[in-house]
Design a protein around this ligand. Structure first.
Ligand SMILES: Nc1nc2c(ncn2[C@@H]2O[C@H](COP(=O)(O)OP(=O)(O)OP(=O)(O)O)[C@@H](O)[C@H]2O)c(=O)[nH]1
Ligand SMILES: [Mg+2]
Length: 296
């Protein structure tokens, strides 16, 4: 199995176009809501977007917090607070944290609204841009904000193709944007984390390689959750000899338990990889945060 070689071409031309569009639209924007994935707040922050939006007021939404470790999410919120950035844990599926985000927007904008009102502009519009990498839940978050399904949502990256304005109240408008990545990931570790959480289109990744690397990660960092999910035991693993590659062995055991077997008894690696990735992405292996504050 090929470790740490993903060779992903994740940066199609439309992302560059979106980036340019975001720069253009920033002139209209009062405040940014940058959506990160609570399971990987470093890997899921696009450094280009971070730079482009540096001069704007900003709130960070740690979305999919239902899939992350609660203690770690609290630490991340503290981490951002020390940098004087307001971060809020959100679950855009259930709506948890969405009202708090709206309240924060109003608090942050209060002074400007008062200033405008003193100048006679009583109904100053607040324009919010919602941005983030693909599949973090931007459109889901917007739908929750406005309490209806206005933006298209899907369990794959690249669902939103064009920016879209939606009004949430008589003086607040939101701009939904397509997910953008950046041309060169800093290292393979970032690429892998982004693949684990479903940022990169499945057609572009070698699923088996990604699932194998994820298993290796979980075996090291979340062994208890991994073993519980697939009813694996140390005895079972130790009983198998020869043991050249424990991660591969675990993958084979999961395949057997889940019937990922091709006729003839061979392991169906495509199928078992899809099972593992899907279980991880939907939280079935546990609430797992891939990046910890300080030791990322
Ligand atoms: N568990 C969980 N799933 C979520 C949450 N928010 C969104 N999702 C799911 O994540 C997937 C992507 O959601 P979208 O709202 O389409 O994401 P997006 O950021 O708009 O994606 P693009 O438009 O492709 O960039 C969908 O399957 C959502 O149901 C959340 O807080 N928790
Ligand atoms: Mg979208």
């Amino acid at each position: 199995m090929n470790e740490n070689k993903t060779n992903i071409n994740w940066y199609p031309g439309h992302m560059l176009k979106t980036k340019k569009q975001i720069i253009e639209d920033l002139k209209l924007i009062d405040i940014i809501i940058e959506i990160l994935d609570a399971r990987a707040p470093i890997a899921s922050q696009n450094p280009e977007i971070k730079d482009i939006t540096a001069s704007k007021k900003k709130i960070i939404v740690l979305n999919k917090s239902d899939l992350a470790n609660e203690v770690e999410t609290k630490k991340w919120i503290e981490h951002f607070k020390m940098k004087e950035i307001k971060a809020i844990a959100v679950d855009a599926n259930s709506g948890k944290g969405v009202k708090e985000t709206l309240k924060q927007v109003q608090d942050i904008m209060k002074e400007e609204i008062e200033k405008a009102s003193n100048k006679g502009r009583v109904n100053k519009n607040i324009r919010i841009m919602v941005c983030g990498i693909p599949n973090v839940g931007k459109s889901s978050f917007i739908n929750r904000m406005i309490n209806r399904k206005s933006a298209e949502v899907g369990n794959r990256p690249g669902v939103t193709k064009q920016k879209q304005w939606v009004r949430i109240s008589n003086n607040i408008e939101l701009l939904d944007t397509p997910g953008v990545l950046w041309p060169k990931f800093e290292n393979e570790d970032i690429a892998l984390k982004l693949a684990y959480i479903g940022t990169i289109k499945d057609e572009l990744i070698d699923k088996t390689n990604i699932a194998y690397n994820l298993l290796k990660y979980l075996e090291k960092n979340n062994k208890k959750e991994l073993f519980e999910r697939y009813k694996l035991t140390d005895e079972e693993i130790n009983s198998i000899i020869p043991k050249e590659n424990e991660t591969l062995l675990i993958m084979n055991l999961i395949a057997n338990k889940r019937g990922a077997i091709i006729s003839g008894g061979e392991i169906d690696y495509e199928k078992v990889s899809a099972i593992i990735l899907n279980d991880f992405r939907t939280g079935k292996i546990g609430k797992i945060t891939l990046e910890k504050v300080n030791n990322g």
